[in-house]
Unconditional design. Sequence first.
Length: 349
Amino acid sequence: MSRLVLGLETSCDETGAAVVRVDDDRSELLSDVVASSMDEHARFGGIIPEIASRAHLEQMIPVVSAALERAEVGLADLDAIAVTAGPGLVGPLTVGAAAAKALAVGLELPLYGVNHVVGHAVVDELVHGPFPERVMALVVSGGHSSLLLVDDTVGITELGQTLDDAAGEAFDKVGRLLGLPYPGGPHIDRLAREGDPTAIRFPRGLTAAKDQARHATDFSFSGLKTAVARWVEARQDAGEEIPLNDVAASFSDAVSDVLTAKTIAACHAHGVDTLVIGGGFSANSQLRDMAAARCAEAGIEVRIPPIRYCTDNGAMIAALGAAVLRRDLPPSPLDLPVDSSMPLTQVLV
Ligand code: KG4
Ligand code: ZN
């Protein structure tokens, strides 16, 4: 029996809506519409929650209408509503949850409040098919760098996370110190493609033997960010020009090196041979190339969705909604609370 799930995403600056068809053994994406308020935040050098909330309020109905239209379905055809319950910014999350509740009550449909970070991994089921029984997931975004052991798609064990900055956050901060527009991640990626990743040897956080014992599956990028700042300052003080391409490439290489090495070691430690990489930072070309090469060498199948499914979108929420619907998990209460720091082990409210 086919069922249709509408997924809504509003945890940060993207208003996303997507329709997924759920069959017994697979989920199919019928539409995915995203409106971003990033242009309104860029001049502030960071996301302004109040502006993001207002943008969600304005964009919600047009984005949902466009998603239904592109899927060639009507509201009456839907069977369930999924929405991001957290983690994220409280104001933006609240706008999405309010819209999802209104739809669920008005259409008398079950409501599923799901985890944004887990959605970043599960969206890959729409691209590469259902997950095998157990996969390793590396979710790297502006807010998270998390290593998750995923059983039957919806059972999450958190193996590790960043102890300070997330990978995307470190890129955005280094972008700022290099004078690049916000968010710096994609700009550093572009510069790095023309640079030499071996030009400067930046530190690899939490890889020393003493750290490996306690933090084998954790990450740390703030020391690296400081090392880049010191290196740049020293050149500036000496009146030298900053080789932006080489700095970007060497910095990106350090981040990708640590992420891939620790993740592959965790796959071996847990006997897992499929790795899923998701989240906005998985758009990074050095990470994608290095993960592909090192996983091939290690005999691990690596699944990374196309870039448009890596950054925030409604498809990831509809995909996770589809996964919980297929497993007959109980719907969320209609007073669904949002949780800005929702634990990653909690897939569904
Ligand atoms: O998942 P996402 O869209 O939002 C969060 O949930 O955080 O991730 C956004 C983050 C930003 O830090 C952005 O700079 C980074 O992902 N990012 C990239 C690239 N594309 C996006 N970082 C490096 N290289 C990229 N190509
Ligand atoms: Zn995200």
